[in-house]
Design a protein around this ligand. Structure first.
Ligand code: FAD
Ligand code: SF4
Length: 324
């Protein structure tokens, strides 16, 4: 492990000023991803700016019916919060489907959104990886790719986005609030993560000197759920996951929201399936038609082509569940 400087900040102006004026610095949230990456010599910050003392650990109801979540709320606290459990059960379920109790006790909302891929070649510095070393190649393509993405892939990178929480937030149309020395800006979560294209090392639209301060979720139907399919019942990343919310009137779908995890290079909003389902009769035939249309764009490898049918079936099962 390379040596680095450690700085702790207690207010937001100091945090954004420090990151803007310190070369090669990184914020430290719960540290559950960053510290591993430093140990593996993948991230090499010269300074780590500890932000865990910033006053960003609140969950508050908004006047417009939505909720504001501070970037430093720990994953366990968020999943247990009464506002989240009652109004956004999909978010509580998605968080509890991720990692382990100890990791969730440490992990923060901001850090979860920025966690890096679990592609094993990314972690193996002896392998070629365009995300770790731009232009070096991608050993996952033609290599071990069972867990990799089938949607949004490029010839440069097929790594799946690992976060469960981000899938639920994507389905809920959350907005990410960020702060820097230039001021505050808000980013719709659908625009926050980038597709890999030819630059897989650029994973989000966040600038290196921007601090995530909060995530806001608008009011929406409470009829929402998350289902995660994985190799083990806990402590495993998704092969496929589905976040869904639906309302019907006399069998007609009046509100539909759908997002996928484990299959996309970013948290995947299933816009094609939503388009087909909006105003349709709720039922297995329409659910399957919509799911197949969403997965029609899939580009799979021999090892992960099973994910296409698995995702279709997971979508149908999830929609059946929210339809009851
Ligand atoms: C064994 C294991 C299993 C896991 N399983 C799952 C799983 O099944 N599902 C899942 O979703 N996740 C899983 N995770 C990932 C875990 O959820 C993430 O490690 C965690 O959410 C990261 O949050 P953190 O606060 O610890 O981030 P950190 O490690 O502190 O930071 C991560 C990145 O975010 C940056 N950062 C942190 N906060 C901010 C901020 N406010 N503004 C700007 N930048 C910031 C840091 O600089 C760093 O680059 C697993 C992790 C491990 C180790
Ligand atoms: S899939 Fe992406 S992260 Fe994995 S080796 Fe290829 S470039 Fe690297």
């Amino acid at each position: 492990m390379r040596p680095f400087d450690y700085v702790s900040v207690t207010d937001i102006p100091a945090a954004v000023q420090t990151i803007a004026t310190t070369p090669n610095a990184k914020f430290l949230g719960g540290g559950t991803n960053l510290v591993d990456l430093i140990r593996e010599d993948i991230e090499r910050p010269e300074t780590v700016v500890d932000i865990t003392r910033l006053p960003l650990a609140g969950v508050t109801a908004l006047d417009n019916g939505g909720v504001r979540i501070g970037a430093l709320v720990r994953n366990s606290a968020l999943a247990a919060h009464p506002l989240i459990r009652t109004k956004y059960p999909v978010l509580a379920q998605a968080i509890l489907a991720g990692a382990s109790g100890q990791l969730r006790n440490m992990a923060t909302v901001g850090g979860n959104l920025l966690q890096r891929t679990r592609c094993s070649y990314f972690y193996d510095t002896a392998s070629r990886c365009n995300k770790r070393e731009p232009g070096s190649g991608c050993d996952a393509i033609g290599g071990f790719s069972r867990g990799h993405a089938v949607l949004g892939v490029s010839p440069s990178c097929i790594a799946a986005h690992p976060s469960d929480m981000a899938v639920a937030l994507t389905m809920l149309d959350a907005e990410v609030e960020v702060e820097s020395v230039r001021g505050t800006r808000r980013i719709p979560i659908g625009e926050f993560h980038r597709l890999p294209g030819e630059t897989p090392h650029l994973e989000t639209v966040l600038e290196p000197d921007e601090l995530i301060t909060a995530v806001e979720i608008p009011e929406t139907t409470k009829n929402s759920r998350y289902r995660k399919i994985r190799d083990r019942a806990s402590y495993a990343f998704a092969l496929v996951s589905v976040a869904a919310a639906m309302e019907t009137r006399d069998g007609t779908i009046t509100e539909i929201r759908l997002a996928l995890g484990g299959v996309g290079t970013k948290p995947w909003r299933a816009t094609e399936a939503e388009r087909i389902l909006a105003g349709a009769q709720a039922g297995d035939a329409e659910f399957r038609r919509a799911a197949e249309a969403e997965l029609a764009a899939a580009v799979a490898t021999e090892q992960n082509e099973f994910k296409v049918e698995l995702a279709i079936r997971a979508i149908v099962a999830m929609l059946r569940e929210v339809n009851n």
